[in-house]
Design a protein around this ligand. Structure first.
Ligand code: HEC
Ligand code: HEC
Ligand code: HEC
Ligand code: HEC
Ligand code: HEC
Ligand code: HEC
Length: 447
């Protein structure tokens, strides 16, 4: 009977052990993949820095800007050619190099800067960066609007695997112990028992409670403890990981660029996101707004007399015929992919922050005016909101929005028993954070 038990036990143990091994394998694979996806060689990292400092005003890797897209340029040209071109393209053209002259002509004879200040090694490191560059992983939402699925090969998966491994290792340990005690009792039965290891204080305690409680209740208790551990991990995981889309950067249906419009052309954010000051939503502009300029701006000079293919998409959305300047009656609004998105239970109001509190767009959205493609800059997690509400100060003095609050604080300045008097610093200045003004109350942000 006991022998049978031991055999069965060994089977379970080996199964659990194999699972741990499998998990470990995929854990390692994850680690490897994560490293592979992220790392450039030291030389390429150096090159990336130089590229960003000197070249991104005219070049991007994946799209044509002032200069051509540089993705795969190392396959079109030799390294030697690239070094010569980058350091002094004028000299290379003057030497009669056919490729150099051709690329110059293809780009409307826009001259690229000379970079003789960069050493040959520095330029080579830029070329190494071209070689190692890979397109950023783009999230592909299934239908225009929904958020992306988390990538399987992510840090999150790594944590889950690690966690599962720890749990199974604990199970293995427990199995080992029961096996030993089974063996022990086998020996006892067979009368071979000689000495039994002295149990530790902890084991004695455990045995004591085990004896005193009903075995079912004991098992239930252990089960509940394990469940609680799992649940709190799940909760932590849910709060910190699920739904966080920081860095989300979907490709939009039109290659609209904030870098061109808000950066180079310096169009005010509110020209397009006109509701940000007035209402809860900042809202994305309608195609009409684009037409104010793009009826005229067609960039034909860049596309051999044709209208830019991207601007044609604007016309298609308006059902506009550029040749006879008429509108049809079949407009199809552009389906921009939404990037920032709070869950339904959270409430956020733009006008309150932009107008009321004077927070700049960039504080929350990052340097949008430099983004070719918009990406989510902040986590948008609750902790992010709360932290700012604790750190920022409200300018009650110069903001008509806080007129009443300001009057109240001034009135109660010398009344030490009033909470308002606490809003004064030692040198008599008003110092109040949104948090102190009630911006940490759950109901302010949750419906
Ligand atoms: C002022 C804008 C400008 C800057 C800055 C600039 N480039 Fe260029 N680049 C161009 C243009 C325009 C072309 C296309 C050729 C022409 O018209 O001269 C080009 C062409 C190239 C080419 C050739 C592409 C091909 O298809 O053969 C390479 C390589 C290149 N640039 C690399 C660089 C690097 C590396 C830097 C930074 C060190 C840089 N460029 C900075 C404008 C620029
Ligand atoms: C010429 C019009 C225009 C201007 C000017 C402009 N935007 Fe936009 N913005 C758009 C369009 C169109 C989209 C939707 C497509 C996209 O995401 O690129 C957008 C998207 C955004 C988004 C992402 C919206 C989402 O889906 O979550 C943010 C944030 C944003 N803009 C902020 C700004 C800021 C900040 C400025 C000023 C520095 C600015 N925009 C200037 C037209 C404009
Ligand atoms: C205030 C004027 C203005 C408004 C409004 C405007 N644009 Fe532009 N846009 C321009 C100019 C000027 C250029 C050319 C910039 C350059 O030199 O590359 C341009 C370039 C572009 C390009 C690049 C085309 C190409 O082939 O290189 C796209 C795409 C574009 N705009 C889309 C839009 C969309 C979509 C909107 C509306 C959300 C919009 N624009 C609103 C002025 C405007
Ligand atoms: C205090 C932080 C904060 C500031 C300041 C801020 N935004 Fe936002 N923005 C957000 C959050 C949070 C969302 C997501 C809102 C949601 O999902 O309901 C968002 C969403 C957006 C969107 C997507 C459409 C929408 O309204 O949900 C656009 C466009 C946008 N912001 C543009 C702007 C512009 C332009 C400014 C400056 C005038 C600005 N934002 C200032 C936090 C901010
Ligand atoms: C960069 C700083 C900053 C961030 C980030 C920020 N806020 Fe605020 N928030 C403020 C300031 C400043 C005020 C104005 C103080 C006030 O009205 O009490 C404010 C006020 C509020 C209020 C009004 C509170 C009241 O007393 O009526 C709400 C609601 C609010 N924020 C929600 C949010 C939410 C939700 C987020 C995150 C998605 C967020 N905020 C992120 C700075 C921020
Ligand atoms: C300043 C605004 C703000 C305040 C105050 C606030 N929350 Fe939140 N809360 C948020 C935002 C924004 C989210 C969505 C976060 C996300 O999507 O990751 C959120 C999410 C949550 C969630 C879901 C878990 C999650 O991260 O998705 C819970 C539960 C929650 N809040 C409870 C509370 C409770 C309880 C309070 C009061 C003690 C409170 N919140 C106060 C802004 C706030």
């Amino acid at each position: 009977m006991v022998k049978h038990l031991i055999k069965k036990h060994l089977k379970v143990k080996s199964i659990v052990f194999s699972i741990v091994c499998l998990l470990n394998l995929s854990f390692n694979a994850q680690l490897g993949l994560a490293a592979e996806a992220a790392k450039l060689s030291a030389q390429a990292t150096e090159g990336e820095k130089l590229f960003k400092a000197n070249c991104t005003s005219c070049h991007a890797m994946d799209i044509k800007q002032v200069g051509p897209a540089l993705q795969g340029v190392h396959t079109r040209r030799s390294e030697e050619w690239l070094v010569k071109w980058i350091r002094n393209n004028e000299k290379l053209r003057a030497s009669g190099d056919k490729d150099a002259i051709a690329v110059f002509n293809e780009n409307n004879k826009v001259a690229m800067n000379l970079f003789e200040n960069l050493s040959e090694d520095q330029v080579k490191s830029i070329v190494t960066y071209f070689k190692e560059w890979t397109a950023p992983v783009k999230a592909k939402p299934a239908d225009g609007e929904t958020a992306p699925k988390a990538n399987f090969y992510s840090e999150t998966t790594l944590y889950i695997l690690g966690f599962l491994m720890v749990i199974l290792l604990v199970v293995l340990l427990i199995l080992r112990r029961t096996k030993n005690s089974l063996k022990q009792s086998l020996k006892e039965i067979e009368g071979e028992v000689k000495e039994i290891a002295e149990p530790s204080a902890f084991q004695e305690k455990l045995a004591y409670y085990k004896k005193r409680t009903n075995p079912t209740i004991f098992k239930l208790g252990v089960g509940i403890i394990i469940l609680l551990l799992l649940a709190s991990y799940g909760f932590y995981f849910g709060v910190t990981e699920v739904g966080v889309q920081q860095g989300y950067r979907p490709e939009q249906p039109i290659k609209y660029s904030h870098k061109i419009h808000a950066g180079e052309l310096q169009i005010d954010c509110k020209y397009c996101h006109s509701t940000a000051e007035k209402s809860k939503q900042a809202s994305v502009p309608s195609v009409n707004t684009c037409m104010n300029c793009h009826k005229a701006v067609q960039l034909r000079d860049r596309y051999e007399g044709e209208i830019s293919p991207e601007i044609k998409k604007i016309y298609a959305a308006m059902d506009y015929n550029a040749e006879d300047q008429t509108y049809g009656n079949n407009p199809k609004p552009i389906r921009w992919i939404r990037i920032h998105n709070l869950p339904d239970h959270a409430f956020f109001n733009h006008s309150m922050h932009v107008k009321g509190a004077g927070v700049t767009c960039q504080t929350c959205h990052g340097p949008i005016q430099t983004m070719e493609v918009v990406e989510q800059y902040s986590t948008l997690q609750m902790a992010w909101c709360i932290n700012c509400h604790k750190e920022r100060k409200i300018d009650v003095e110069n903001n008509p929005y806080y007129e009443k609050l300001h009057a109240k604080i001034k009135q109660e300045k010398d009344n030490k028993s009033s909470t308002y008097s606490k809003y004064f610093t030692k040198d008599g200045k008003i110092d109040i954070s949104p948090a102190q003004n009630g911006a940490l109350e759950c109901s302010k942000c949750h419906y």
